[in-house]
Design a protein around this ligand. Structure first.
Ligand code: CLR
Length: 448
């Protein structure tokens, strides 16, 4: 019953929440031994879906059609769509929907509930790779190796940047995120800042991916879980938008984790706040992102299975053994704390965590004394305000064109905020984190 008592004091502490999640002292049973820097891996636990747009061609009998056996209803919708750009945004939408179960349900599945992750230290790294063999038995393509780079690029406020790179297919996903949490009567409400950019360099296609809002329910019952809310968008450079709306139990349907995605051509309808111009919806996809979802074509009532989240198991990232890791690598750095958490010994957790945190404070002090500020390893901050040229030698950043196409703000405001929305703070800066490709290419010390 000791844990029940400390849960009560935890609940009391969140009523006086000051905006800093790290300052909440949660009882051991709700602590996760995993650092938030690891969460970037959830973007690619289905590498075949991430890479799928590479295999979509104009040829009516495409590779993916050939791969289908008799039981081909899970991607049959591709067969009667001949616009290649529409096919591609459907494939990207499918990959994105497939990431959600990993992103938002995996702690419940592996640890029984949502948990409080370790708060990454500045410069903390996490890297690993996915092999070239697809888990999908229908997939016989050579995917090549996909690697993950994840780095804590800021500690105050916490910001994680990541890149997922497949050299064989010239495909890169990169992004960063930060959260802002508030508490309303025992519900933790979280806004995500940041975005991801997905680039298929062989075909010159790029996509902007924005991040949904979420809230944590079940706090009173001591079994927290995530519920997504609001909207998120996928904007393609080819001029198509996938607008996804989330809701929980009992809004669109009686079911949890529901969503409704609309595929729209940009010049037919922009994200318009004031007057809703009539949208010409090409496809609608609805269902549960943690279960099954169905797709229907404009003007047709016929529904086909779009994605079944329980059909193909996620492909787990392979990470070097801890003995082979660098001291900045997450699992190595947090090893003692992680073991203390697993042992459930509050004092031990506190001691090990304090040691790591004090060492970090000491490092920051030395940096100030010596005037040698911490240097990020794989990522750089760029400024898209137009006042300065974007760094990394790029004339323009895909975010500028893609956010303009979608009518989304370019500023550091909640992800997916439309231009002119009440959340679109005109005074917010336009700095965003990008992969420093040279730093990655010249990296020899810390490899996946
Ligand atoms: C981080 C970025 C990932 C998606 C994601 C999933 C779950 C989120 C996490 C992000 C941020 C931290 C988070 C977590 C769920 C719970 C946790 C909001 C957005 C908070 C800090 C824990 C609160 C503590 C209670 C569970 C007791 O791509």
């Amino acid at each position: 019953m000791a844990s029940a008592a400390s849960w009560t004091s935890f609940l009391k502490s969140i009523t006086s929440y000051n905006g800093d999640l790290a300052s909440l002292t949660a009882p051991p049973f709700i602590l996760s031994p995993v650092s938030l820097v690891e969460y970037s891996q959830y973007w690619a636990e289905h590498p075949n879906l991430l890479l799928a747009p590479n295999f979509i061609s104009n040829n009516p009998k495409t590779q993916s059609d050939n791969d289908d056996d008799d039981n081909d209803d899970d991607d049959d919708y591709e067969a009667d769509e001949d616009n290649i750009d529409v096919k591609k945004i459907l494939a990207v939408t499918k990959w994105f929907i497939a990431t959600l179960k990993s992103q938002y349900c995996s702690r419940n599945e592996s640890m029984g509930s949502e948990k409080k992750p370790l708060n990454p230290f500045l410069g903390e790294l996490f890297t690993g790779k996915w092999s070239s063999v697809s888990k999908d038995p229908k997939d016989s393509k050579d995917l090549g190796e996909t690697i993950l780079l994840s780095e804590q690029v800021s500690h105050h406020p916490p910001i994680t940047a990541y890149a997922i790179i497949n050299e064989k297919h010239n495909t890169t996903l990169q992004g960063y995120n930060r959260i802002k949490a508030s508490i309303y009567t025992y519900t933790l409400s979280v806004k995500q800042f940041g975005h991801a950019i997905l680039q298929y360099k062989n075909s010159n296609d790029s996509y902007l991916i924005t991040l949904p809002g979420l809230h944590i329910e079940g706090l009173l019952a001591a079994s927290p879980f995530v519920e997504l809310d609001g909207k998120s968008y996928i904007q393609s450079s080819s001029g198509y938008l996938s607008a996804i709306e989330y809701s929980g139990r009992g809004y669109f349907s009686g079911k949890k984790n529901t969503f409704k995605a609309k595929i729209i051509k940009n010049n037919e309808a922009k994200i318009n706040l004031k007057k809703k111009s009539p949208e010409k919806i090409l496809y609608t996809i609805q269902g549960q992102w943690s279960e099954k979802s169905y797709i229907s074509k404009y003007n047709s009532s016929a529904k086909k299975l779009f994605y079944d989240a329980n059909l193909i198991k996620p492909e787990i990232l392979s990470v070097k053994p801890i003995e082979a890791q660098h001291p900045l690598e997450s699992r190595k750095a947090w090893l003692d704390v992680a073991e203390a958490i697993k042992s459930g010994d509050y004092d031990l957790i506190h001691n090990k965590k304090s040691k790591l945190e004090n060492d970090q404070r000491e490092l920051r002090k030395i940096e100030i004394e010596n005037n040698t500020p911490w240097k990020n390893r794989w990522f750089t901050e760029i400024d898209l305000s137009g006042k300065e040229l974007p760094a990394l030698g790029q004339k323009s950043d895909p975010f500028t064109t893609l956010s303009t196409l979608a009518n989304l703000s370019k500023n550091d405001v909640p992800s997916g905020t439309p231009i002119g929305d009440k959340e679109d703070d005109p005074n917010a800066h336009s700095k965003h984190w990008r992969l420093n490709i040279d730093a990655y290419k010249n990296e020899s010390e810390i490899t996946p």
